[in-house]
Design a protein around this ligand. Sequence first.
Ligand code: TYM
Length: 350
Amino acid sequence: KPLVFSGVQPTGNLHLGNYLGAIRKFVALQENNDCIYCVVDLHALTAQLVHEDMPGQIRSITAAFLASGIDPKSHIVFNQSAVPQHAELAWIFNCVARIGWMNRMTQFKDKAGKDREQASLGLYAYPSLMAADILVYRATHVPVGEDQKQHLELTRDIAMKFNLDFMDHIRRAGQGIDITVGDEPVHAYFPMVEPLIDGPAPRVMSLKDGTKKMSKSDPSDLSRINLMDDAEAISKKIRKAKTDPDALPSETEGLKGRPEADNLVGIFAALADKSKEDVLKDFGGQQFSVFKPALVDLAVEVLSPISAEMRRLMADPAHIDSILRDGGERARARAEKTMNEVRDIIGFVK
Ligand code: TYM
C-alpha cells in the first residue's frame, strides 16, 4: 500500500482551509493507503516560541483529526515531538540542503516579515524539518494545500541530493533501490514524494477578499470559517462573504476573473465531494441570494457534527493523550528503522 504522510501545526484555530485543503483529504486517503498523520508541535515553535497552552493546542488538532473521521487504530496519529528521529534526520537534511534553496522559500519570506535578521533559525530551517517528517517514514504521498507545494519540491531536492551524494554508500550499506530519474539511473534510498494538491479547493481564499488565502493570521474573523464555529457564525460569515453582483455562470470558464465566486463554488464543491462543474450544473444562472443559503446549509451539515465531536473528545484529554502515545510508539519504531539505516549509510559508528 502507498504510504501517506501529512502534518498540521498546533497553532491557532483550524479553519475551513485546513479542513478542505488537508484534513478532509486525509480522511478519504485512509481507504487505500497506509497513513501517518502528525501534529507538528516542533514546527509550532517556529512561529512563536512560547505557547500559552501547548498541550491544549496539540489535543485540539488531534481531536479534529479524530472527529473528522481519521481512524487511529488502522493508521497512525501522533505528535512530532514524540519521535525524536524527525529532529535527528532534520539535522542531516540541514547539511544536505543549500542556503540558496532555503532563500527561495516564499513562506519564509512571508513569515519572517521585514526584519529578517530577527527571524529564528528554526523558521529558516522549517522546510528541512518538514522534509524529515515525510522522509523519516520514506512516505511517497503527501496531501496538502497549495501553499505547501514549494516545500514539497524542496523535499524532493533534498531527497535527490542525499541519494546522489551518498549513492555509493547506499549501495555499500545494502540499502536502496535502482530507479531512473529523467534518463539517469540512480540508486536511491529516499523516494521522490508526490504532493496531493488536487480537488476543488486546493487554496481556500478569504471570505472578505478572494485574492488572499484564508488564514489563521488574518485579523478579521469574518475572513474565515473556523472548524469550531457554530451554525449561527457560519451563516453570518457566508451571508457577509464578499461577492460580485452577477449570477453564477453555468461553466467553470465563467469563474475566471471572479475570485470570490470561484472560491465559494470551490468550497461548495469540496464540502459536497463534487466537482465545480457539477455545482455549476445545479446553480448556474442563480443569484448569490440563492446560492449562499444553500452553502450555509451544506457547511453547517458537514461542520457541526465535527465540532460537536471535537468538543466531546476534548472533554477527555486523557483519552486523546493515550491515542497520541500509542501512535507515537508505532511511529517511533518505523522512524528508528529508517534512522538506523541512515546512520549506516552515512557511516556513523554505532
Ligand atoms: P499548516 O498547519 O499551516 O496547515 C495545515 C494544512 O492546511 C493547509 N491549508 C490550506 N489549504 C487550502 N487553503 C487554505 N487557505 C489553507 N491554509 C492551510 C496547508 O496546506 C496544510 O496542508 N508545513 C505544514 C505542516 C507540515 C507538514 C509536514 C505537511 C509540517 N510537516 C509534512 C505535510 C508534510 C503547515 O504549516 O501546515
